[in-house]
Write a protein that binds this ligand. Structure first.
Ligand code: FAD
Ligand code: NAP
Ligand code: SF4
Length: 645
């Protein structure tokens, strides 16, 4: 299990919470866990008072984690992470005083003495980790953190023995590994996370990466893990549009160069992907991180051939990375229990009731399954012929194919927990009397624009376009630039299969690694349509998209030459097209189609009617509140109501 900062590290009773979180993953069969990054000193903090291990009393607290993992038969390494210039605090240090584009703090340049003491701090941090019962450490040498900053000339402008030529710049990581090995002795795992693909200008060349790997092996590492891309890189490396296992080719280049095992990472989310990577000789070991947030029992299910029961990570980042970047505790969109192991628990219900859940979208599905896991007799009603609600639209968007896995997971859970599913059944007031409790999860419907010409044949809804595949012309205006407007723009401008080669070319990653950083000119397929994306408000389009994925959506549409207009007033639609004012100036967009993505309204009429007849009616998901709705909120509300009733 790869390293992930979850925010539990800094929370109240954080060690107890982490112990429960990691122990559950060990119990689920994870072979080797790596913790989130822990700083070897204050300068290495992620943010003020972040996780640090530099004293014996701090080591004692870590014992709570290691004991819990060992009690479940697991093994655990602690990651030592010095953030360098990525530190979000005024004490940050770096080889040179160059500010990073992703932190407001300019780092202090480390003195020669500072470099010496930082190396010592790494080694003594590892020793303390050993005393705390960890089975090893992972030294974080990638993703653009301090060690990486020493290696690459763009961030290391030193003229002393720690800068200049490549052989000088790599002395820092080599010394850290060498002295760590010296300090911890032979029988302690040292994983070194090596940046094999920097994806920044002036990054290491492939020859340099191989040279460093060999030196790190000589210095005493047990295993080398693959790091892909600095945090400031402008290439998606883990988001859902990255093809599964899309970066294992990088590790494969290193295979055969070393005698210690190599781990590969990034967007490996199902057992067949992992098996294929190993079988194809791309790596010796597989690291997954987010998939274990999504399902702590992933390994056991895989071992027992219960792959269809795995709750698959869909790569959305919405509840994990986006939370961490917003300084909130991580969880998981498809598994709200992740990082809440001490508070969200499925216990057997008493008494067991007959419960109706209306609507099989994400909210209704999560609620029905949770209720059934607790022993209730659950009937799930869905007006359409399949479960999924709006996820059936989302899964059609190129790059969001993973959403299909969530529906496969729920479908299997409904079967396992014997939920009676009534498809093509519109639930109404007449059906109330049979049930002890009723959960209304009737979801949302697309909002209308309320302007002249709204019923013109040019006008389509996002459901018409994405789900019903109604024909769309060569010129299109999309009204509304929220998550769905962006997705529809992607749908309309996409062409070509999402293969690894296509993805790399589109984002300018040179698989032949001709120069350092492996970047080249982007080479995407041109859009089959001319698309306008419009919003009424001021400001950048897509401002409300996910923190860690919004830039990807914006860049992707820019590459497709989508014209983004803000401060738009919609006036009317007629044969000429869409009449608008842009910052007060009239304009007619002569388009063949207008696709309305103007937000949603709640389907709450059923609830209002039922509430008059029965007090035992509950409302969740989009039916409760359409504003700012997403599947994270819908699934979480379903689970939370499910453990209460
Ligand atoms: P819905 O999904 O609307 O489900 C409600 C269900 O209730 C429907 O199946 C409906 O048929 C059924 N129903 C209604 N009335 C009755 C009745 N009387 N009897 C029986 N059945 C009834 N969210 C994210 O978090 N991340 C994303 O990346 C994302 N991408 C999206 C992309 C697209 C293109 C779309 C359209 C949506 C996307 N969403 C995304 C939003 C997400 O799908 C919704 O937030 C979520 O589906 C809401 O869940 P829900 O269960 O409340 O409602
Ligand atoms: P949304 O994000 O609320 O966006 C609605 C858009 O419609 C906005 O651009 C809004 O901007 C515009 N609008 C609102 N009222 C309008 C009106 N009367 N006439 C014309 N335009 C109007 O909603 P959404 O795009 O429908 O998405 C629904 C939810 O699904 C979102 O909240 C989102 O979280 C989730 N989702 C997430 C993702 C993701 O990648 N994370 C992807 C898809 C969906 P103006 O008011 O400025 O015009
Ligand atoms: Fe995966 Fe999304 Fe869960 Fe993060 S929130 S672990 S990306 S499914």
């Amino acid at each position: 299990m790869g390293s992930m900062h979850t925010g539990l590290e800094e929370s109240k009773n954080g060690f107890e919470k982490q112990a429960a979180y990691f122990a559950e993953r060990a119990k689920g069969g994870v072979g080797l866990i790596v913790t989130g990054g822990v700083a070897p000193n204050r300068a290495g903090w992620t943010s003020p008072f972040g996780g640090k291990l530099s004293t014996k009393s701090e080591a004692k607290q870590h014992k709570i984690i290691t004991d819990a993992v060992h009690a479940e038969g697991g093994k655990i390494c602690m990651q030592i992470l010095h953030t360098g210039r990525y530190g979000y605090h005024p004490l940050a240090v770096a080889p040179s005083a160059i500010k990073s584009p992703i932190s407001p703090f300019k780092p202090w340049k480390l003195s020669k003495g500072g470099i010496e003491s930082t190396i010592k701090d790494f080694a003594s941090c590892a020793k303390l980790a050993q005393e705390a019962g960890y089975d090893g450490v992972e030294i974080m040498g990638s993703e653009g953190y301090l060690i990486n900053q020493f290696i690459v000339s763009k961030t290391n402008k030193r003229t002393d023995e720690w800068g200049g030529a490549y052989l000088n710049r790599i002395k820092f990581p080599i010394e850290i590994v060498r002295r760590t090995r010296e300090t911890v002795g032979k029988n302690f795992i040292i994983i070194y996370r090596l940046s094999m693909l920097d994806l920044v200008d002036d990054g290491s060349t492939w020859e340099e990466v191989v040279h460093l790997a060999k030196e790190i092996e000589k210095a005493g590492a047990t295993i080398i893990n693959t790091g892909i891309g600095w945090h400031e890189a402008r290439v998606p490396t883990i988001a859902t549009m990255v093809p599964r296992g899309g970066f294992s080719w990088v590790t494969k280049r290193m295979m055969g160069q070393l005698s210690i095992p190599l781990i590969t990472t990034n967007r490996i989310n199902m057992p067949d992907v992992a098996n294929r990577i190993i079988a194809d000789g791309h790596a010796d070991m597989i690291s997954m991180a987010r998939p274990f947030l999504a399902d702590p029992e992933f390994p056991i299910k895989a071992l027992q051939g219960r792959t269809d029961e795995i709750n698959t990570c869909i790569g959305c980042n919405q509840a994990c990375l986006d939370h961490v970047f917003a300084r909130k505790t991580a969880s998981c969109l498809v598994n709200p229990r992740a990082c809440n192991e001490l508070t969200i628990n499925i216990t057997q219900a008493q008494p067991k009731k007959k419960i109706a859940v209306v609507g099989a979208g994400p909210a209704g599905l999560s609620c029905a399954v949770t209720l059934a896991q607790r022993g209730h007799y659950v009937h799930l009603f869905e007006a359409h012929g399949e479960i999924g609600g709006q996820f059936n639209i989302a899964k059609e968007i190129p790059g969001k194919e993973e959403f299909t896995e969530t529906l496969r997971y729920y479908s299997k859970q409904l079967e396992l927990h014997k939920v009676e599913v009534h498809l093509n059944t519109h639930f109404d007031e007449a059906m109330v009397k049979d049930f002890g409790e009723i959960v209304v999860a009737a979801g949302v419907t697309g909002r209308k624009m309320n302007i002249e010409g709204e019923n013109h044949p040019k006008v389509l809804t996002y459901t018409d376009v994405v789900l019903h595949k109604k024909p769309v012309g060569k010129t299109v205006a999309i009204v509304g630039a929220g998550g769905i407007g962006f997705d529809v723009a992607e749908f309309l401008t996409h062409s070509g299969a999402n293969t690894v080669e296509h993805f790399m070319a589109e984002w300018g990653v040179d698989m032949e690694y001709k120069k350092g950083g492996a970047l080249m000119k982007t080479q995407g397929n041109p859009s089959p349509r001319e698309v306008y994306l419009l919003q009424r408000s001021k400001g950048k389009l897509g401002e409300g998209l996910g923190k860690t994925t919004g830039w990807i959506h914006r860049s992707a549409l820019k590459m497709k030459k989508v014209k983004m207009l803000n401060e738009v007033t919609y006036q009317k639609i007629d044969d000429k097209g869409l009449h608008i004012l842009v910052q007060g100036k009239p304009q007619v967009l002569d388009v063949e189609n207008i696709v309305v993505c103007a937000g949603q309204v709640s389907n709450n009429q059923l609830y209002t009617k039922l509430k008059e007849k029965s007090a035992r009616v509950h409302l969740i998901g989009g039916a409760l509140e359409a504003g700012d709705l997403d599947a994270k909120r819908a699934i979480e509300q379903g689970v939370k109501l499910g453990i209460e009733l």
